[in-house]
Design a protein. Structure first.
Lengths: 204, 204
DNA sequence: TCGTCAAGTCAGCATCCGCTTACATGTCGA
DNA sequence: TCGACATGTAAGCGGATGCTGACTTGACGA
């Protein structure tokens, strides 16, 4: 495990480690404060590294954002690769993912939080990742991607994602009470019910 | 009705009309592109007016954002003042409000509630508006605000709001398919079911 | 007709942001 | 030991952004 990359320790002289640390710090900033509000100087300062390295390693701020999206996309793909399970399990994992990880490191949380960047390429990646995630979610409910009757299920899956997105935003970005300080346990119950309606129905 | 304030017509020499037009244009920008990405020059250009007027009338960009928040807060309060109705009616109104025509201002109002400006005062207004809206929604389901047993209902009402916010976000800001180009009718069905679980239950 | 004042404009300042260029420094093989 | 290269730094440029103060224009009453 190459964790603890963004420690202040940062021994330097380790390009790959520095890149990882930059992506980590950037992801956190982008997720919590948005693309435009995040400055490359902030990110560099978080890692304890000179600003110019961002341009050296990622060409531009857009490039760094894209790297964040790609890494999030990868992690998400890896996790959902874990054998397709029952709808109930999928729902459970979705809830746990979104409600824990208060530091904003969870890829699902990050993906949901990412707002539009203004950069065309990064926005396309974000859209594609979300759509891929939608299909995964619908697929885990036992639908074939080619079945034309799947269309309404895709919509429902996306509504489930939208629900989680809204919850995460209200909790982290807007900090609205009481949902912001509610425990994961308090939220899990109602969320389970709502998501079951959307994901676990009888093919109606 | 003093609509059509942001027409190119803008006869000038009408301070109140200009202020309203600025708030309208600003709200659209803030909601769709976020606070930081929106520039005062853009807003002024949208209205066809000199930038300096923003500072004259609203002191600062923060002040303009706060005016936007206050206006949506007012409009939202006015609408929900319409006699408390049955949960089913409330759900229906919520859905219509959020799914209205994309050029309409209704979804933008909700979207604006998610945007944080960094300004302490404006953010407080946003939080307060959302919390007030939550209580209204819970109240429409027949719960007294003082009953301690209401707490979980507040949470559920907020989850319902979160769902609608997420849907609006995916449709307008992220433009993720298929939800972005789905019709209101296609979405209304599943949304009704999900919201009913959260708002119309049997006090469980 | 003309003075007054609000409504609106103009030009520019200070600051920040993304990015680049030139330079310093640590590491490692010959 | 030392040169070569990769890693990291310092300084600053060009442009955008928020905001300001002095100015112009138009409406209206005496």
């Amino acid at each position: 495990m190459t964790d603890a990359d963004d420690e202040i320790v940062r021994s330097g002289r380790d390009a790959e480690g520095t890149k990882r640390a930059l992506v980590r710090a950037a992801r956190r900033r982008f997720a919590t404060e948005g693309y435009r509000a995040t400055t490359v100087r902030q990110i560099a300062a978080d890692v304890g590294v000179n600003v110019a390295l961002i341009n050296r390693y990622f060409v531009s701020k857009d490039g760094l954002f894209e790297a964040c999206m790609l890494r999030t996309s990868d992690e998400l793909a890896t996790r959902s690769q874990a054998r397709a399970s029952t709808p109930a399990e999928v729902i459970e994992r979705l809830i746990v993912h979104a409600l824990n990880a208060p530091n904003g490191d969870d890829p699902l949380q990050l993906l949901l939080l990412l707002r539009s960047s203004g950069d065309e390429n990064a926005d396309r990646i974000r859209r594609r990742t979300l759509e891929h995630f939608t299909r995964k979610l619908a697929g885990a409910s036992g639908w074939s991607p080619d079945d034309p009757a799947t269309q309404p299920v895709l919509l429902k899956a996306q509504l489930a994602i939208a629900t989680m997105l809204g919850v995460v935003m209200l909790r982290t970005s807007a900090a609205v009470e009481p949902v912001a300080s509610a425990t994961a346990e308090e939220l899990a119950g109602p969320l389970r019910e709502a998501l079951r309606v959307l994901l676990d129905d009888q093919r109606s």
